[in-house]
Design a protein around this ligand. Sequence first.
Ligand SMILES: [Zn+2]
Length: 828
Amino acid sequence: MQELNPLNYRIHLEPDLARFKFDGTCEILLDAPQTVSEVTLNILELAIWSCRLRQGDGFVNCPFTANPDREEVRVILPEPTSGKIRLIIDYQGLINDKMAGFYRSKYTVEGQTRFIAVTQFEESDARRAFPCMDHPAQKATFDIKIDIDNQLVAISNGAVKKEDRLDNGKKRVTFAQTPKMSTYLVFFGVGEFEFTRDEKDSRVRVATLPGMKKYAQFGVEFGRKSLGFSETYYAIDYPLPKMDLIAIPDFAFGAMENWSAITFRENLLLHYPEITSKFGEERICEVIAHEIAHQWFGNLVTPSDWRYLWLNESFATYFGFGVVDYYYPKWDTWQQFLNGQTGSALVRDALHETFAIEIPGGEHVVINASTAPIIYNKGGSILRQIEGYIGKDNFQKGLQHYLKTYEYGCADSQHLWQSFETVTQQPISAMMKSWIEQPGFPLITARRQDRRLILTQRRFTYLPNDFDQKWLVPITISLFPKTGATRQLTFLLNKIEQEIDLDADILAYKINDQQTGFYRTQYVDTANMQELGARVLEKSIPPEDRWGLENDFFALVQSGASTLQDYLKFLSFYQKEDAYLPLTSMAHNLYSAYLVMDERWRQKISSLATPRYEDILGKIGYDPVSGENHTTSHLRDQLIWDAVRYGSKPALEFAGSQFAALIRGAAVHADIMKSVMQVGALCGADKTFDWFDRRLRESKIEHARLNMLSAMGCFRDEALIIKSLRYTLDTVPARNKFIPVVAMASNIYAIPLLWDWYVNNLAEIEQFHPMLYERVIAAIVPVAGIRRADEVKTFFNNYLKKSDTAKDVIKLSLERLEINLRMRNALY
Ligand SMILES: [Zn+2]
């Protein structure tokens, strides 16, 4: 690596929103501690006109060669130089439509199409907008100015320092210098932005496009709350004078934490009264809190390399939920965390095709459909485990120490352990390493022999493995004596096998109290399972534990260690279950088994589920009730749709009549809109399709469009499914093309058509944004491949010989397919 440190970039841009090009000048101040004769910078799809070296008041032209494969330009200096080097590069780039680099995003005002130009740089697309040393550790300050049309607004990381009128009728917007920061966090955007400023904290603003300002209030308020929480909890003030939250129509990810210029998908920032569901509202809060946590975890203290990306994403995930829970304790946010984050991470990480949270290997560690569940969901879950182990106070103090020590600099995993060790005086490095540096997680098997409880650990995967791995597992066991109160036993399991003495009066034990630990449990003795089942039935153990028992059981079925028959039998203990967490998990697992298994099993599942769901819906009511728990409202939307799919008449009658009313122009409650539209599509005909098409064209509200696009994956009629797949490719905007397809991957009528659709339209589908393309593969392959396994495997064998595109996701999807095939073919 060249010994060069960037100190400052002066970037001057002239975007042309009619021709989708921009002219740029980038003046880079570098420090060369030793003599260098050339400078290598990253560029991608930039045309370089000239490179000059500033010498005194003059310039010397420098020869240069671009190497597109390496995404680099090599600038030859006139003579070997050390110390400060100032290079000025003139270039031109594209305002592309790839949702990466400097790109355009489309919106309409009064039927007229208009464009904004914005940036998305993580993790290595800043090079599409200016020549730079594009690595997170190469921090520098940035001075940015942009020439734009008078009626437009420009936003960047710094506050606007001044605006000057230019002779050509334009204006030049100059931004204040940024703090020392990484290239991937730079942002600039140009468009007809309007601001909504928070009344209590004038630093916080939401930027929207014309017509959207009325939806900004909710986001701006929660932005202020998140900022307030962060400054107090981390004990470091936010260093910039403004915090912009910017709603962008076309956006590949959910949001991006550019320092003080955070970008969002519209539905994750804008709140549409009467249209945004409670779930949508929670997502908005969670995503805002996530991005604002990044202003410390990532922006202030940056991973010294992409392999430590978890230091950004795991913390942002964790605090995304933590901040919401702090302000809205009644939303059961941590239960939703267990379901959505921990639960999905346990599923993802039980594949052979997984990797450590601290990602090994290359300089390009991309956030994709394969890595995200590990570095976001698993990482966040491990933080919850650490907090449980060292205590809330120590956790907070450790983080404050870490952030203060490395502010404006970089850190790696061990710096975090050292901070925890400094404040706790406990040797926790070894424990942390076992979770961060190795892939997978353990299955704890518990056997009781009289008064001894024997625990063993080995790596859990769905497919057989002979991995030789060990974790330091913080374990808490709830012990249920014959008489008296439940007791807790806490210790660190640091061996493969460990024995614990139990008192004679212990009737039952539940491992992983409240499911704070990131592992699964298998109980060998059936007597204990029966005892625990009885406690599930009488709901004398908390919902988290009832969830853990159900969720682990289903994972054991998928691995072949238990049978589907036994799992269904165990569910009889959940007859009176009314808590969100175990019910949502049960509904999800039952439906995933339903998708995989043959008709005989489908009958069994639907005859078990239908009366249960009808009973629950009868109790909570089909219609949303004002003031009810958020989780009740999530559950209703899920169970209505599931019940209809299993053939429930009352559920169909209710949702069907709601949809009929909707078509007539009546209002449907936001909290059941998703299921009502899904049922509408399921029973729909041609005119239903046309209705969705018309509504999609007319609607300006992303939350509503997403509901409709999910519904468009739910048709039963084959002709409509085919029409909908064509519509997805032709009409649905790039950012949302994956949505109907993912919905079809859980539609038993669409699944048989998906593989041919994928193969026949491959060239078009490969043009999706890389992450969205991966989502399509991950959704289709494990289910659509069940009846065509050989064909699918052969296809991808050849595919992977030709290219690396989506390699990780293809491999993990094939593994999921294998797991499904084993489950389907298991003899019960
Ligand atoms: Zn993030």
